[in-house]
Design a protein around this ligand. Structure first.
Ligand code: MLT
Length: 391
């Protein structure tokens, strides 16, 4: 046996595991400390009633001979494809149902999609970036190059026509920076990708936080995107499915003359047995009138947290991106501290855990990410502690 030596080229532990370990160690050393976690972007509100009702009804379906479901199609049930196609139509995007593939979440598919591309491809990712994009490619031995995201470009780099690449990752609204591309920015990336015959892997997991009507919610709102982009999205942040698991991937038939759509179907039918019927029924309930209304209320709860944190940073005079159109706030560490020093400082003196920007890439050092997915009272308490410590 020969092991995959590429694993030697990634950090030993995944960023969020390292952060959780540090929190556990601190808590063990200080059992009396009331630690508030604003680190991993995990939701805290329960699933909405419309989803719960649909899940219960689907459980009952599985109890009866005449409504029982065994294996479903690997790419998902048509009731969910149709609900999603309807959701995209509300953004002015028209999709065929066989361009929509149901998955157990965006993270898995962002890694799995790489089965379709040669190991020789060069991958362009913004720095800082959600670590999954880099780590999955390094594991496969692909060459990764970076587009500098920094305070100067508002953490929204634009393509450089002189840089050649094959695979491009874009996440908007962005994880970790919370910055979101406008139409002109995404148009520039689409034109660049089409000119290079490159593919954009577009992570839209946070589109449900977009409030500004001028900002695109799907890359397919941009002309030319169907010939260059695969889009990944998820019910995790939209509807609290982090522990329930459901997402979707769009592989347009206009991409590579339909080849990638066929290959993805082949890949999924070979390596995946589909998302449980019960979960897909719960996911479809998100798109009912009641479901959408209830989801909007939950998103409003998190947006209120984002507002509390934004106002706190404003009052402290701390520079940040995000907090609007995004559940993340990406702030400049006070007093020129590096990210991990600020992480320790905040944990030790305010008992608040965030995510060090350095964990997202070299340009992330000196920055820090807070999430608005926490409990509302605890977020207000964390904001008070930040004011006391940094004011
Ligand atoms: C994060 O904190 O960045 C998210 O939880 C990542 C994810 O959704 O996997």
């Amino acid at each position: 046996m020969q092991i995959n030596q590429n694993f030697d080229n990634i950090a030993q532990s995944y960023l969020f595991s390292t952060v959780a370990k540090k929190q556990r160690e601190f808590q063990a050393a200080h059992p009396e400390a009331d630690v508030i976690k604003l680190s991993i972007g995990d939701v805290t509100r329960p699933l909405v009633p419309a989803v719960i009702d649909a899940l219960h009804a689907a459980v009952e379906d599985q109890a009866r001979q005449e409504t029982f479901h065994g294996y479903g199609d690997e790419q998902g049930y048509s009731f969910l494809h149709e609900a999603l196609a309807g959701y995209y139509r509300t953004h002015g995007v028209s999709l065929d149902t066989d361009e929509i593939f149901i998955s157990d979440g965006a993270k898995s598919d962002l890694g799995n999609i790489l089965d379709l591309f040669s190991a020789d491809n060069t991958v362009l990712v913004p720095d800082p970036v959600y670590p999954v994009y880099v780590d999955t490619n390094v594991m496969a031995g692909r060459k990764v190059i970076f587009a500098d995201a920094n305070a100067g470009n508002g953490f929204l780099p634009l393509p450089d026509a002189g840089t050649a690449c094959d695979i491009i990752y874009i996440c908007s609204p962005n994880n970790p920076t919370g910055a979101a591309y406008d139409r002109a920015g995404l148009q520039a990336w689409v034109e660049y990708a089409n000119a290079q015959h490159a593919v954009i892997l577009y992570d839209a997991a946070y589109e449900c936080f977009i409030e500004d009507t001028g900002l695109p919610r799907s890359i397919y709102e941009i002309e030319g995107a169907k010939t260059c982009a695969v889009e990944f999205c998820s019910f995790s942040k939209m509807a609290g499915f982090t522990g329930t698991r459901c997402g979707w991937t769009i592989v347009p038939k206009a991409l590579a003359d339909g080849k990638l759509n066929k290959m993805w179907l082949r890949r999924q039918t070979t390596k995946f047995n589909g998302v449980p019927y019960i979960v897909q029924k719960g996911a479809a309930a998100c798109f009912t009138e009641a479901g959408m209304q209830q989801i909007r209320e939950t998103l409003g709860y998190y947006k209120q947290n984002a507002k509390v944190l934004s106002e706190t940073l404003d009052s402290l005079g701390i520079w940040y991106t995000g907090g609007k159109n995004s559940p993340y706030l990406w702030l400049k560490c006070p007093n020129s501290m590096d990210s991990w020093t600020f992480f320790d400082y905040l944990l030790e003196h305010a008992h608040v855990v965030g995510t060090p920007g350095a964990g997202f890439g070299k340009n992330g050092d000196g920055f820090f990410r807070l999430t608005a997915f926490g409990d509302q009272q605890r977020t207000v308490e964390a904001a008070e502690r930040l004011k006391k410590l940094l004011g």
